[in-house]
Design a protein around this ligand. Structure first.
Ligand SMILES: NC(=O)C1=CN([C@@H]2O[C@H](COP(=O)(O)OP(=O)(O)OC[C@H]3O[C@@H](n4cnc5c(N)ncnc54)[C@H](OP(=O)(O)O)[C@@H]3O)[C@@H](O)[C@H]2O)C=CC1
Ligand SMILES: CC(=O)N[C@@H](CCC(=O)OP(=O)(O)O)C(=O)O
Length: 349
């Protein structure tokens, strides 16, 4: 049965907001309502998102509860800390999907340590494919939900790369993740380390030594998968490309585990997942193959000498890593088929 879902996007001038609109424009059940921004309210959307031609002449309005009222679904693509107060003023029946971090962490002490200030509480975590220790997947907690916290882009790719190994107890719960990201992960606002002359022709680590705020989010996800606390060493790396993340994830193998057991577990876990693409043995993910699509490309093997599992995964940080994941969650919340309006097709070369 066809339904018309009226949606609003707060933060429509930003990278995440733009990607949401690119996907929602081809979603068969969606009608696009309010588009809001901060300082850029009053300007044309086409000035900020020239690729969204059908919406070019829409004018951005201020981000207020009144502007977002009377929509079936409100996407919040705002900087951290802006969602809670706004969401509290929206009707409880409205589906609110927050791309920011405000409601991702379940432990208030983690929120205080990594973000500071009062914790606004947690919402169902929007990573449908995440396998859980009790045999369910996270999508079971998202069906019909009126509030969803979309994951950070690094936790999306690295959680799905490692979760099957933890759930099947193929590794010890001590993981190491090194993930290379394109610059759009940092948003549009001006940051000195993201100036063209600083980024071009160079790859650099940041947030080194367990200092990145995605560390507790990843630990939370992997604990949910394995049913036991997981120690996480996470190092993000910035690369001179606009989109894409490649995460290399390793963990010590449990006794007796070999490559066949690892591959079988990953095949079983993701066999029916439309957006997790386990590559044929020997083929390794590239960010280029994921661009513009909602697929996570994954490969896994063992390093027999080092006795470690090695999983490598790639996503488009703005699609599967933000907006595509958010649309999956909207579909689940509304009872639509989860893949509606989404594609695994990338853009190449
Ligand atoms: N980029 C990514 O890969 C990912 C982003 N996210 C999350 O999505 C959210 C948006 O990120 P992103 O799009 O990259 O960021 P951008 O900086 O590109 O966009 C931010 C948006 O928020 C608006 N905004 C900023 N301040 C205010 C304010 N005070 N009141 C109302 N609107 C405001 C901006 O409007 P204006 O143009 O008027 O300033 C803009 O539309 C963040 O929480 C981010 O953490 C999550 C996963 C991945
Ligand atoms: C390259 C880059 O700077 N990436 C961002 C992560 C973006 C992301 O996933 O977002 P949230 O802010 O929603 O958690 C960073 O490291 O802060």
């Amino acid at each position: 049965m066809r339904m018309t879902v009226r949606i609003a996007v707060a933060g429509a001038s930003g990278y995440a907001g733009g990607e949401l609109l690119r996907l929602l424009l081809t979603h068969p059940e969606v009608e696009i309502g309010a588009l809001t921004a901060g300082g850029n309210a009053g300007s044309r959307l086409g000035q900020h998102q020239p690729h969204l031609v059908p919406l070019a002449d829409r004018v951005l309005t201020e981000t207020t509860p009144a502007a977002l009222a009377d929509h079936d679904v409100v996407f919040l693509a705002l900087p951290h800390g802006h969602s809670a107060e706004l969401a509290a003023q929206l009707d409880e029946r409205t589906v609110v999907i927050d791309c920011g971090a405000d409601h991702r962490l379940t432990n208030p002490a983690d929120w205080q340590r990594w973000y500071g200030g009062e914790h606004s509480g947690s919402w169902p975590y929007g990573l449908p494919e995440l396998p859980l220790a009790d045999g369910r997947t996270q999508r079971d907690l998202l069906r019909g939900s009126r509030r969803v916290a979309v994951p950070g882009c690094y936790p999306t790719v690295s959680s799905l790369a490692l979760a099957p190994a933890l759930r099947e107890h193929l590794v010890r719960p001590e993981v190491v993740v090194v993930a290379v990201s394109g610059t759009s992960g940092a948003g549009k606002s001006l940051k000195p380390h993201l100036l063209g002359s600083e980024v071009m022709g160079s790859v650099s680590a940041y947030g080194v030594g367990g200092a990145h705020r995605h560390t507790p989010e990843l630990a939370q996800n992997l604990a949910a998968a394995g049913g036991t606390p997981v120690s996480v060493s996470f190092t993000p790396v910035l690369a001179p490309m606009p989109r894409g993340i490649l995460a290399t994830c390793t963990a010590p193998l449990a006794d007796g585990v070999d490559a066949d057991a690892v591959r079988a577990a990953y095949q079983k876990t993701y066999a029916d997942e439309p957006f997790v693409h386990l590559l044929p043995a020997g083929q390794w993910p590239t960010t280029a193959a994921t661009l513009g699509g909602n697929a996570l490309h994954l490969q896994v093997t063992v390093d027999a000498d080092a006795r470690r599992l090695v999983a490598v995964a790639a996503i488009d940080n703005l699609t599967k890593g933000t907006a595509g994941g958010a649309v999956q969650c909207m579909n689940l919340a509304l009872g639509l088929p989860e893949s509606t309006g989404l594609t695994t097709l990338g853009v190449a070369p």
